[in-house]
Ligand binder design. Sequence first.
Ligand code: SF4
Ligand code: SF4
Length: 170
Amino acid sequence: MNTRPPRLAKTLATAAADYQTTAVIPHCRVCSKPCCKLDTLVLELEWPQVKGLWLLAESRNAFDKRLASGRGPIEIRPANGLYYAHSRPCPAYDQAGGGCRVYDQPLKPVGCSDFPVYEDQGQITADLRCEAVDLDALKARLTQALGPGSRITRSADRDFPFLVTLSVKR
Ligand code: SF4
Ligand code: SF4
């Protein structure tokens, strides 16, 4: 259960969004390993996003059958009512310009907006697979947003050490 005060979560979420806007997104156009190529990241998708991004005209049922028969896009795997794309660039990725063609649209998966820094239950998760993430700079940004009396500690996920959690100690 989340016992963190909502105000802390809100402050962290705002600081994370600000970090994305000012430190991460400006780097995307010159990134040496763009996440949208999906060579390391896996994109989690709802059916409407698959249909819209891959420009499918068929029904979901027909698409699922196509996937099951091995005639679907090889980069998409279905699981638990969702779809996972990996190993080929996202169809919305503008490889020439390095941008996202659905940046401000509902088609954009939630995971894209959360990557590489997001607030979850009063903590910040940073994904070091993004070369634009600088943990020291992010910590400094969070400390500034939280004000005096706050200390930030960091810990890496045991199984996925590129995922780092920043926690607030008062
Ligand atoms: S990995 Fe980071 S810097 Fe590179 S394209 Fe993705 S969000 Fe932008
Ligand atoms: S939807 Fe946009 S941000 Fe998300 S992987 Fe595709 S191109 Fe990248």
